[in-house]
Design a protein around this ligand. Sequence first.
Ligand code: NMX
Ligand code: MLT
Length: 425
Amino acid sequence: MAKLLKEKLSSLLPGLREEAKSIVKDHGKKNISEVTIDQLYGGMRGVKGLVCDTSEVGLDTGLIIRGIPILELTGKLPEEVFYLLLTGALPTDAELKDLKDSLAERASLPQYVIDMLNALPQETHPMIMLNSAMVALGHDSKFRKAYTEGAAKGNLWEFMLDDCLDIIAKVPVLAAFIYRKRFGKGEMIQPDKNLDWAANYAKMLGIQDDNGKLADLMRLYMVLHSDHEGGNVSAFTTYTVGSALSDAYYAISAGLNGLAGPLHGLANQECLAFIVKMRSDIGHPPTDDEVKDYCQKLLDSGRVIPGYGHAVLRVTDPRFTAFLEFGNKFIPDDEIFKIVKQLFELVPPILIEQGKAKDPWPNVDAGSGSMLYHYGLKEYEYYTVVFSVSRILGLSAQLILARGMNASIVRPKSVSTDWVKKQIA
Ligand code: NMX
Ligand code: MLT
């Protein structure tokens, strides 16, 4: 049971709870945000309504994890980043080993989940498979059992930690099984205890990786997508469902259902589909004019350009920059990657000219798929599952901390249109 991680959290939480209590006691009525009518109708954009300590997203900096910009974490293992998200510090060698050992011990998948997935129609979307399996795995929730048996409120975080470690350990095995089953790749490949979490995932997919580059990409991918503060659809949903004391399986599955939307995580699938279709419709490596024309037609048909724009960011997403650097270094001549670079040059001016999108720059989804595609993961219907495997690190860290802080049930006030009209009058 990741003994050192549990000890670390046990030593941190009393101080964090005390700090939150005294902030509320001394400054509880201080105003920190207002809500305007356009925010009421506009997805609460910019309303400060929850605390998230795992990471923050600056509109001109992008993702910062516990004070460290994401571009400074690209050489770390996802396990290290999970430890950082959760505790605020990178692990020592002993703490990392303790976490890795604990994950390796928990990696097996129960047979009933495999049977359940095998019973689904062959062409089921991989995100439906992942999210159904996530809820089904909740059968074994230690949190739910402990709550039912009367565990004290102050100790519930320990069971949340236990469940989340189970989920993190099992999800690469589950996701790789889904890939192999859904796309007819043959038998499930068992995890290898000697590999790190991301390399294991790459290996279990069963894609040829003689030079280890897919494993390198997977480590980078898992770090870059691990968290994006608390207000994005999947994090906010996970937090809300967890706040009802639903266990981590229910809460994470709910969040991933949001990630499956094309304006959120499914944009990575949409992006690659868009590029591959453009290449096929045009019939040769497209010229700049052909790319511009193709994008303009997409906009004119009332669709968005996937991979561009963001609810918070107002600069190029540093996660996109990290993929661009990886691509420039290792796959500069790849045809799909070249189109990604063409789009990076050509789409922002088109969106600026159109004048609607507040952020005309690429987000993480604009680049991620082209890397997976190059290294042999061509089935882009699967890409949001890869995003999910990574994002489970952040969702878990947020859930464990919320329970550790005895977070309240989420219940903002809604208002009716009549109420709004009366306010205006
Ligand atoms: N292409 C065309 N139009 C866009 C785009 C885009 N990429 N981005 C924003 N707009 C439009 C948007 O549809 C809206 O139009 P309307 O007024 O007609 O409703 C207008 O610009 C204003 O939207 P914003 O306030 O700039 O964006 P918002 O905060 O509402 O939404 C996104 C943010 C990310 C949902 C939006 O930029 C988008 O749809 N992007 C494409 C999908 C995408 O890449 N999603 C992935 C996000 C990252 N992730 O991984 O989750
Ligand atoms: C994310 O990584 O969650 C996306 O960039 C969406 C967001 O932060 O709103």
